[in-house]
Design a protein around this ligand. Sequence first.
Ligand SMILES: NC(=O)C1=CN([C@@H]2O[C@H](COP(=O)(O)OP(=O)(O)OC[C@H]3O[C@@H](n4cnc5c(N)ncnc54)[C@H](O)[C@@H]3O)[C@@H](O)[C@H]2O)[C@@H](O)CC1
Ligand SMILES: Nc1ncnc2c1ncn2[C@@H]1O[C@H](COP(=O)(O)OP(=O)(O)O)[C@@H](O)[C@H]1O
Ligand SMILES: [K+]
Length: 495
Amino acid sequence: MKILTADQIKKCDSATIENGISSINLMEKAANACVDWIQVNFKQAKRFLIFCGQGNNGGDGLAIARLLYEKGFDVEVFIEKNQMKFSADAEINFKRLKLIKGIDINNFSDVLIVNNEKSVIVDALFGYGLNRELSNDFKNLIEKLNQIPVPKISIDIPTGLYADKINEEESAIFKADFTLTFQFYKRSFLHPETGKFCGKIEVLDIDLNSKFIDEVKTDYFVIDGSLIRKIYKPREDFSNKGSFGKSILIGGSYGKIGAVLMSTLSALRTGSGLTFTMAPECGNLILQSQVPEAMFIGVGEKYVDDIEVQEKAVYGIGPGLGKEKQTQKALFDFLKSYQNPMILDADALNILAESQNLNLIPKNSVITPHPLEFERLFGKTQNSFDRIELAKEKAEELQIFIVLKDHHTAVITPERKVYYNITGNSGMAKGGSGDVLTGILTSLISQKYDIEKACLFGVWLHGKAGDLAAAEFSEESMLPTDLINKIGEVFQNLS
Ligand SMILES: NC(=O)C1=CN([C@@H]2O[C@H](COP(=O)(O)OP(=O)(O)OC[C@H]3O[C@@H](n4cnc5c(N)ncnc54)[C@H](O)[C@@H]3O)[C@@H](O)[C@H]2O)[C@@H](O)CC1
Ligand SMILES: Nc1ncnc2c1ncn2[C@@H]1O[C@H](COP(=O)(O)OP(=O)(O)O)[C@@H](O)[C@H]1O
Ligand SMILES: [K+]
């Protein structure tokens, strides 16, 4: 799914209106989509307190108020009565609303004397039209609303957030439990500093102009199920183990054998035909007994001191590797003699960061840093939006894929495209989850998935398996090894 800027969404709305539907009917459609969702998800609610601005986001709120009232809910509307300069469509909806006797229209300042029991607050103050920080009056209102302990729904965007950039300050942003957004994810939903205000996101389809959406140029995308279904390649019947590639996982050191073990197991569970673990001898017994399907290649006693070059293999290097001098030398010697794309993670990245010898990374390789590893490699940035911009520069300069791990992991391609992943959960915030991803990516690339597609499929699959593990064991209790055991279920659901 494409992600558009506020400007592009406005153009998309206009293209939709030019091609048939009137703007007031489009607003009605948007409002109906919200009300349909609210009816299903807030059956028990008694009363909706709907806060409406003066632009089209407010217009949505006024229409939602009328439609909810018609469905039998109690509704109270809050507006700025002293300064009514509605947009054309909001004005029409305000007039329609005034004809209904049962809806109280209050001033923003009346909010404290409202009976809030069994109420739901709906925020339709500002949407993607926000183009400057809020005035103090709005800041005060939002701070007040944020304190009221009732469920909160934002229409299109939590008020105070921009669609596509970071705020100067976080103090005055509506804190939603649910955001009902139209047609597209907005970039701000996907970054930690801003996304935490959105709650659960529901993307409602309001049939915006598909030709415009197909043709509009953007660098930003969300990885969704339909994209994955196009990428996924079912296994051929007429095949053998040689058909599904050779994955070599390199890592482990005394006390950190589990990391490379989990990568190995993940590579197998993702379908690798032949799987090897290159690790120090101290891991031999553990690996052979825990993962008998994998072959062990001993390289060193307590840490990796050599890396063997093998033909026609895909290497995933780093989990549990450590940074011993000999290990560093082994990595550099290997990178100097081997030029095929590989996956570099964890300590392999930390070693490279310390040497700043990033040009040794073969073209089209995949690196999988978490934000701190990214900073070690490429330097500090002010915020996560700037981090993505720096990642775009570096992916292009080094001609590599950067899988920037986070709550919404981003895959950044050498062509500067950015794909955000929306599967996964905080149960994955445990040591070991990253090692699993390295195994998955190594396995997909060894099975000859195109590298960009492998990255998109890999991060999605990793998160999806994490979601299944959380559903069974809870986010608190699920382990990275539970996630590995759910990879199969994700494939079953795909085929
Ligand atoms: N026909 C359409 O264009 C549709 C628009 N929709 C709704 O319309 C919204 C966008 O509407 P608008 O473009 O009217 O914008 P908003 O309703 O988000 O904002 C209203 C206006 O407020 C002004 N403003 C911006 N920042 C401000 C600030 N800090 N303090 C005071 N005023 C400020 C701007 O001039 C802006 O246009 C979407 O988020 C969505 O909810 C939906 O109804 C779907 C169809
Ligand atoms: N809160 C979260 N929501 C979704 N995914 C998460 C969350 N926390 C961690 N993850 C995922 O778990 C993995 C953690 O990787 P990393 O930090 O390298 O851990 P490790 O120490 O196991 O290598 C990443 O793929 C990341 O996207
Ligand atoms: K809003």
